[in-house]
Design a binder for this molecule. Structure first.
Ligand SMILES: *[C@@H]1O[C@H](CO)[C@@H](O)[C@H](O)[C@H]1NC(C)=O
Ligand SMILES: *[C@@H]1O[C@H](CO)[C@@H](O)[C@H](O)[C@H]1NC(C)=O
Ligand SMILES: *[C@@H]1O[C@H](CO)[C@@H](O)[C@H](O)[C@H]1NC(C)=O
Length: 337
């Protein structure tokens, strides 16, 4: 049994030579993007180096000699004998066992009398220490690197890049659990890594909108708002009697907003939307969806900066980006009827 498994794994070792040659340059940007700005992360596979993450960018720093980085303290401390089983030789004292390589999800070591022999799983698979085998990536808990919680302080919460409504939390034993914000069809919250809280979906910059509770079972293809942006929508396939659980997310072109009632992309002045109305509008003044067309929003680089009200009961006219004495009822304003 053991020999068979070893044979299979050794087959993968040969693959190592041909596939993985160099670590990519953007490696730590990927890791840093998961954490709150300013987080210090022990460099995977080392004891005395750490990555200082600022604005999603990582700088590798080294502790003074004879010191190790302690993730819980966020600083370098005097090295204690066998102080951390994840940063030294992971095979120490082991024989005939597999351990995860702390630098990559798909790599592992086979321990032979304490000596680590490197190997890697087939493409698309991750090494799983608990079952001592390679699993398909989707079935594994590995995020970016193996044992990621060993690199940061306990109770750290970090992003799930596959779905903005989900996040991970490290426990005291160095493992992480997947957690979810509220995502019903009526209320959508996304994880905000800076505050460590779930907040209104439209307050979070998201590159993986949650597909949960979006589509309903239907006999025709339908478009559903992502409920977090004014331009983004999902394409729900007609899979009646079941709902499409993996709809494609896409966006209206810049200068257009998605209208779920009409099932199309339309001029923003005709679409009610209270998310970021500056999305795709660049730097300009746009009509607000509140205060009966008296309000406008100042957009700078596609972001809402301030919301202001026209003087003397004037109405905002988006076509000329100015307040006007003319009565204007854009269809995007409240009090529309
Ligand atoms: C991240 O932290 C650095 C240093 O504290 C700060 O200068 C920078 O503005 C922060 N970035 C964001 C996006 O808050
Ligand atoms: C990260 O820092 C490097 C060097 O300081 C810089 O060249 C690179 O553009 C930065 N990347 C990001 C995403 O800010
Ligand atoms: C580091 O440890 C070694 C071996 O224990 C010792 O010889 C050396 O003096 C130490 N260096 C410092 C700077 O403490």
């Amino acid at each position: 049994m053991l020999n068979l498994k070893l044979g299979v794994l050794l087959g993968c070792v040969l693959l190592l030579a041909t596939v993985a040659l160099s670590a990519s340059v953007g490696e730590y940007e990927e890791l840093c993007r998961l954490f709150k700005n300013g987080t210090k992360v022990r460099k995977p596979g080392t004891c005395d180096q750490y990555i200082q993450c600022y604005d999603g960018n990582g700088t590798v720093l080294t502790c003074p000699s004879n010191q190790s980085f302690n993730p819980s303290k966020g600083s370098c401390v005097d090295t204690l004998a066998n102080s951390n089983k994840y940063c030294g030789n992971r095979c120490e004292g082991l024989d005939g066992e597999w351990v995860a390589d702390p630098t990559e999800c798909h790599k592992y070591f086979y321990c032979m009398n304490g000596v680590p022999l490197a190997g890697m799983c087939p493409v698309g698979q991750h090494f799983d220490e608990r079952s001592q085998s390679c699993l398909y990536g989707v079935d594994s808990m590995c995020v970016d690197v193996n044992n990621i919680c060993e690199l940061v302080a306990e109770n750290t919460k970090f992003r799930n890049e596959k779905d903005c409504a989900y996040y991970y939390e490290c426990d005291k034993t160095g493992n992480h659990a997947s957690k979810s914000c509220t995502v019903t069809s009526k209320k959508r919250e996304y994880f905000d890594v800076e505050s460590g809280n779930c907040v209104e979906a439209n307050k979070v910059e998201c590159t993986a909108h949650s597909k949960e509770n979006v589509c309903t079972s239907s006999t025709t293809m339908t478009f559903k708002s992502d409920q977090a942006t004014c331009r983004g929508y999902f394409v729900c396939k007609a899979l009646y009697p079941v709902a499409d659980l993996d709809p494609l997310w896409t966006q209206c072109p810049e200068g257009y907003f998605f209208d779920e009632d009409r099932q199309l992309c339309a001029n923003p002045t005709t679409v009610v939307c209270t998310h970021n109305r500056c999305d795709g509008r660049g730097t300009m003044l746009v009509t607000s969806s509140s205060n009966n067309c008296h309000n406008y929003i100042r957009c700078v680089d596609n972001k809402e900066v301030t919301e202001e009200t026209c003087h003397w009961d004037h109405f905002f006219d988006e076509t000329v980006e100015a307040c006007s004495s003319k009565i204007i009822y854009d269809k995007c304003c409240d009090g529309r009827d």
